[in-house]
Write a protein that binds this ligand. Structure first.
Ligand SMILES: *Cc1c(COP(=O)(O)O)cnc(C)c1O
Length: 400
C-alpha cells in the first residue's frame, strides 16, 4: 500500500520543489469529498483554486471524458474536429460574446488576451509600433509565464527570472485616479481580476470596475477581465464583472471551464478584437481539442442544469452570515462574494497555515493565501447540510 510518507518522500526526491502543499496525499474524489491514501475523508474547501466548481469526478464529466477519449482525442488545429464548432457556439451563447479562442491553461489564455490587445492597439486603434501599454493592478495574479510575471508586484514571482517583458504599468487595485493618471495615448488595455483570488479574495471598492469600464470606453482602451478564478459561478454570478453590470471587452476563462477534468481555457470577445488574429498569428497544439471541447460543453451544461450559480449566491450568503456571527479572537474580518470567502486573520494570530493544518486534522482541506488569509472555496455542488457540517468544524478551529 502507498503510504503518505512514501508518496511525500518520492515526490520530494524526484519532483522540483516549486510548491509547498499540505501533507495530504489524495487518491479519490467525489463531489466535495476527497480521500487520502490512508483512507481518511475530507471536505475540499479549495476546489483546486475553483477549477472543481462542479465537484470532483462529476459523473457526467467522467462519462463525456471517457467517451470522447475513446472516440477522438486530438487532431491539432491543422485539421478540424466536430466538437470545437459546438463548443465555440455554446460558450459564446453562455457568455454573451461573439467569438472565442480556445487554449489550455489559464496563463496561455492571459497571454492570448495580451497578444489580442496589443495587435488591436496597432491595427485598429493606431498605436505606434512596439509602443503599446497595458495597465494592470497591484496584487494581481494572472499566471506564471515570463511575460505575466513581468507585471507581478510579488517579489518572489520575479526573483531570478528576469529580464522581463516591457509594456506594462501597475496601479494600486481599486484606485480609479491612479488608473486615470496611468493612461497615455499608447494605452491599449486595462487588465484586472474583478475580485483578486490569489491576493486573498480581495473585493475592490464598490463602483471601481464600473468606473474603470467607463474610463476605458472614453479613452478607447480595452477592458480585459481575468475571470479564470472568479468566473463560472464562483461569486454567485456567471462572471464577477456582472456584480457591477460591466461587460468587459475581453473575458478570460479557465479553471472551472472543464470542471477540473482537463485543462481548458478560452478568451471570449468581439468580432473586432478577436478578428485581429490571422492564420499563423497564434495557436496551441492541444487548444480546442475534441476532449477539451466535449468536457467543457458538459461542464457548462452542469453549471446550468444544477443551478450552481444561484446556489453559490444563496449558500455563500448563508455561510458568510454564519461566519460573521462567530466571535473569534483570531479573525480580523471576512470578505468575499458567493461561495468565495477570505477569512482575514489578525496580525498576531500566528499565520493562516496552522489554522489550515488544524482544519485538515478535523477533515477540511483549505489553503492559506498570503500568510494571514484562509480562503474558503468549496465546490458549488455543496449542500446546505454539508455547509453546516463544515461550519461546525471551522467555528471550532477559529475559537479554540
Ligand atoms: C489560476 C489563475 C490563472 C492562471 O491559470 P493557470 O491555469 O494556472 O495557468 C490566471 N489568472 C487567475 C485570476 C487565476 O486564478
Amino acid at each position: 500500500m502507498k503510504s503518505t510518507k512514501h508518496c511525500i518522500e518520492l515526490e520530494s526526491k524526484y519532483g522540483a520543489n516549486n510548491y509547498k502543499p499540505l501533507n495530504v496525499v489524495l487518491t479519490k474524489g467525489s463531489g466535495i469529498w476527497v480521500e487520502d491514501v490512508e483512507g481518511k475523508k475530507y471536505m475540499d474547501f479549495l476546489a483546486a483554486y475553483s477549477a472543481v466548481n462542479q465537484g470532483h469526478c462529476h459523473p457526467r464529466l467522467v462519462k463525456v471524458f471517457q467517451e470522447q477519449g475513446a472516440k477522438l482525442a486530438l487532431t491539432s488545429r491543422a485539421f478540424r474536429n466536430d466538437q470545437l464548432p459546438e463548443f465555440a457556439k455554446e460558450l459564446c451563447e453562455a457568455t454573451g460574446y461573439q467569438k472565442m479562442l480556445p487554449m489550455n491553461s489559464g496563463a496561455e489564455a492571459v497571454e492570448t488576451a495580451i497578444k489580442a490587445a496589443r495587435k488591436w492597439g496597432y491595427k485598429i486603434k493606431g498605436v505606434e509600433d512596439n509602443k503599446a501599454e497595458i495597465i494592470v493592478c497591484g496584487g494581481n495574479f494572472h499566471g506564471r509565464t515570463v511575460t505575466i510575471i513581468s507585471f507581478s508586484d510579488e517579489a518572489q514571482y520575479q526573483d531570478g527570472f528576469g529580464p522581463f517583458t516591457p509594456g506594462f504599468k501597475i496601479i494600486p487595485y481599486g484606485d480609479i485616479d491612479a488608473l486615470k493618471n496611468a493612461i497615455t495615448k499608447n494605452t491599449v488595455a486595462f487588465m484586472t481580476e474583478p475580485i483578486q483570488g490569489e491576493s486573498g479574495v480581495v473585493v475592490p471598492r464598490k463602483g471601481f470596475l464600473k468606473e474603470a469600464s467607463e474610463l476605458c470606453k472614453e479613452n478607447n482602451i480595452l477592458l480585459i477581465a481575468d475571470e479564470i478564478q472568479s468566473g463560472l459561478g464562483r461569486t454567485g454570478k456567471m462572471f464577477a464583472s456582472e456584480h457591477e453590470n460591466v461587460k468587459p471587452d475581453m473575458t478570460i476563462i479557465g479553471k472551472a471551464l472543464s470542471g477540473g477534468m482537463y485543462p481548458v481555457s478560452a478568451v471570449v470577445s468581439s468580432e473586432e478584437i478577436l478578428g485581429v488574429f490571422n492564420p499563423g498569428d497564434h495557436g496551441s497544439t492541444y487548444g480546442g481539442n475534441p476532449i477539451a471541447c466535449a468536457v467543457a460543453r458538459e461542464a457548462l451544461n452542469i453549471l446550468k442544469d444544477e443551478k450552481l450559480i444561484e446556489k453559490s449566491a444563496e449558500l455563500g450568503e448563508y455561510l458568510m452570515d454564519k461566519l460573521k456571527n462567530i466571535n473569534s479572537p483570531y479573525v480580523d474580518f471576512y470578505r468575499g462574494k458567493g461561495l468565495w470567502i477570505g477569512i482575514v486573520l489578525k496580525k498576531d494570530a500566528g499565520g493562516a497555515r496552522k489554522f489550515c493544518e488544524n482544519l485538515q486534522d478535523k477533515g477540511i482541506l483549505a489553503k492559506e493565501t498570503h500568510e494571514n488569509v484562509i480562503r474558503i472555496a468549496p465546490p458549488l455542488t455543496i449542500t446546505k447540510d454539508e455547509i453546516d457540517e463544515a461550519f461546525t468544524i471551522i467555528k471550532k478551529v477559529l475559537t479554540t
